[in-house]
Design a protein around this ligand. Structure first.
Ligand SMILES: C[S@@+](CC[C@H](N)C(=O)[O-])C[C@H]1O[C@@H](n2cnc3c(N)ncnc32)[C@H](O)[C@@H]1O
Length: 224
């Protein structure tokens, strides 16, 4: 009985440690964005049911002075229909068309339940190849640049338009966290790494410092 309890507790502790290690670049990214003291908004690409979005919102709320926090907008970009198709041969099997589909009203009702003030929320619905236009980029970054972005959209095809979209929003100190960096066989020519590498080749003036890595990766921009 005691042995069973011990093994259950160990499993629980292992899960907590594993999860916090996985989450670490996101948590550290949120703290870094606050420490860097850059004026700007939070932009999340791939919000699904709102888990990471709520975490980011609450983290800024807890860490920033209220006057700074009140100026922030929280931007959510999602198809609300899940992933599009991918041609990536190394994409995990479950990254298929329609995976992670959650309707927009489920996202907003989860935010409401978490006590989030929807006045600070900006939702840009649609698949990125259509929704992330130059006009939308101008709109998204017209008042404030990017304090932090969390890119959690799983596949190469989704990631490509995001990097071009955020380029005008970058400033020294902007924090970029990308999920699933070590998926797609951790191959630099596939998945997020491919989209990221191609983007920097197109934009050699952008310089980023890699700060944290686990399942996710965190960069901070130091030259634009
Ligand atoms: C893994 S889920 C995000 C999970 C969320 N960040 C969290 O931690 O709870 C991936 C999300 O990316 C969105 N997505 C992926 N590719 C997309 C695309 N090309 N256009 C719009 N949304 C996309 C999906 O609809 C889905 O909600």
């Amino acid at each position: 009985m005691l042995a069973k309890l011990k093994s259950l507790t160990e499993r629980k502790i292992n899960n907590v440690v594993r999860k916090s290690l996985f989450d670490w670049p996101l948590d550290f990214g949120l703290e870094t964005a606050v420490m860097n003291n850059v004026e700007g908004d939070y932009h999340e690409f791939g919000v699904f049911e709102g888990r990471s979005f709520i975490k980011a919102h609450n983290s800024f709320k807890n860490l920033l002075p209220r006057s700074e926090f009140n100026k922030m907008k929280f931007w959510a970009y999602d198809s609300f229909e899940g992933l599009p198709e991918t041609n990536d041969p190394y994409a995990p099997k479950h990254f298929k068309k329609g995976a992670y589909s959650a309707p927009e009203d489920l996202f907003t009702s989860n935010l409401k339940k978490a006590g989030i003030d929807l006045n600070q929320l900006q939702i840009v619905p649609g698949f990125y190849d259509k929704s992330l236009t130059t006009e939308q980029s101008k709109k998204s970054f017209s008042e404030r640049k990017l304090a932090m972005t969390y890119i959690d959209c799983d596949i190469y095809e989704s990631c490509v338009p995001i990097f071009d979209f955020i380029t005008p929003g970058l400033q020294v100190g902007s924090v970029i966290v990308i999920d699933d960096w070590v998926r797609h066989h951790t191959h630099p020519n596939y998945g997020m790494q491919r989209a990221y590498n191609e983007w920097l080749e197109r934009n050699p003036s952008i310089k980023m410092n890699q700060i944290a890595l686990s399942k996710r990766i965190m960069f901070v921009v130091y030259e634009v």
